[in-house]
Design a protein around this ligand. Structure first.
Ligand code: CA
Ligand code: CA
Length: 174
């Protein structure tokens, strides 16, 4: 076994978080993701939605660091990611949903929806694919993933659908 399917998937997850591709995950990657999302949807950083997205990105980073940054150097290496984040989150998918939710909630709001507001209308499939592309998912894969995220087939994706899908994606079983 040289490179297993599992290892390949883990490498793809790491690359998704490592937005600037410098070999480790740190706060800058989360801020870069927030900035790119705001640019994609023409949202000002100083708007309420923009501020909420940065707050969510910071919380997401802090949650990931708390789980995976074992040596406390404010960087998550690939080894820390595999041995810390992936294993621990796989054992506890709800924990991942908890730390990712504020960011995802804010990202959906930026993408034009009102997700989470008492089971609100959610975000369209096309806008969700745009979010995924900005976050580094390949174009065709993003479109397919967005379509699959629409679990009940109503053309809209709500917060629960995207949070649970993210948890599944990042806690991929071996
Ligand atoms: Ca990075
Ligand atoms: Ca570290």
């Amino acid at each position: 076994m040289v490179t297993s399917e599992y290892e390949r998937r883990i490498a793809a997850r790491f690359a998704g978080f490592d937005q600037d591709g410098n070999g480790y995950i740190d706060r800058e990657d989360f801020m870069a993701a927030a900035k790119a999302l705001l640019a994609e949807f023409g949202t000002a950083a100083r708007s309420d939605k923009g501020q909420a997205l940065y707050v969510g990105a910071e919380a997401f980073w802090q949650g990931m660091a708390g789980i995976a940054d074992r040596d406390g150097d404010q960087r998550i290496t690939r080894e820390e990611f595999v041995n810390g984040a992936v294993k621990r989150l796989r054992d506890n998918p709800d924990r991942f949903a908890e730390i990712a939710r504020p960011f995802l909630h804010a990202a959906l709001a930026v993408a034009g929806g009102d997700a989470g507001a008492g089971g609100g209308a959610g975000v369209g499939v096309d806008d969700t694919a745009r979010v995924l592309r900005v976050l580094g998912v390949d174009g065709d894969v993003a479109a397919q993933a967005a379509a699959q995220l629409d679990a009940d087939g109503d053309g809209r994706i709500d917060e629960e659908e995207i949070v649970s899908a993210f948890a599944r994606y990042f806690t991929v079983p071996e």
